[in-house]
Design a binder for this molecule. Structure first.
Ligand code: S3P
Length: 184
């Protein structure tokens, strides 16, 4: 049975860009937890943070994973009965999602988890001027990035089956590395 591929990592590490490219190469569907939440709520992540607060958003992240797991189990049942191949996806998850232990357990049940690891300076350069990440709207975003990455590192490592270093690499190079990890 084929496995889903789940990309985790800090904001701006390339989860969505790499995920989309990888899903095309592997002929898999691409999913994104932020998009799932935005579609469900009918507004942007920034609007959810501003209107309902971060804890509400974090509960939606867990809810999203539980729904995906329910679907996975249903699909596996159907595939077993009909002796067919299950359809799989590449899932990019929000940078803060693996922080909750419950989410890390759910991620492991959903598929192979790959941590795209970047240096704080790389993230800062990529996200300079970005207005879509509410947690980075601070006086000193580089310091905030450093602090958050330090406090999350252990959790990312705990959640991941594999770690890929992404600094200085093109999307294509990272996709090749992810494929190696998946098919080695
Ligand atoms: C967040 C990362 C964002 C989004 C939200 C919070 C975080 O997703 O979920 O702004 O806590 O790191 P990306 O990692 O896709 O930017």
């Amino acid at each position: 049975m084929r496995s889903n591929v789940i990309l985790i990592g800090y904001m701006g590490c390339g989860k969505s860009t790499v995920g989309k490219e990888l899903s095309q190469k592997l002929k898999m569907i691409f999913l994104d937890t932020d998009t799932w939440i935005e579609e469900r709520e009918g507004c942007s992540v920034s609007q959810i943070f501003a209107g309902k607060g971060e804890p509400y958003f974090r509960d939606l992240e867990t809810h999203c994973l539980k729904e995906l797991l329910k679907e996975k189990k249903n699909q596996e049942e159907v595939c077993k009965k009909e002796d067919t191949e299950n359809s799989t996806y590449v899932l990019s998850v929000g940078g803060g999602l693996p922080v909750r232990e419950e989410n890390r357990i759910l991620l492991q049940k959903l598929g192979t988890v790959i941590y795209l690891k970047a240096e704080p300076d790389t993230i800062y350069e990529r996200l300079k001027g970005d207005t879509t990440r509410p947690l980075l709207r601070t006086e000193n975003p580089l310091q905030k990035i450093r602090e958050m990455m330090t406090s999350r590192e252990e959790k990312y490592q705990d959640a991941a089956n594999e770690i890929i270093l992404v600094d200085g690499k093109s999307v294509e190079e990272i996709v090749v590395e992810v494929k190696k990890v998946l098919f080695c």
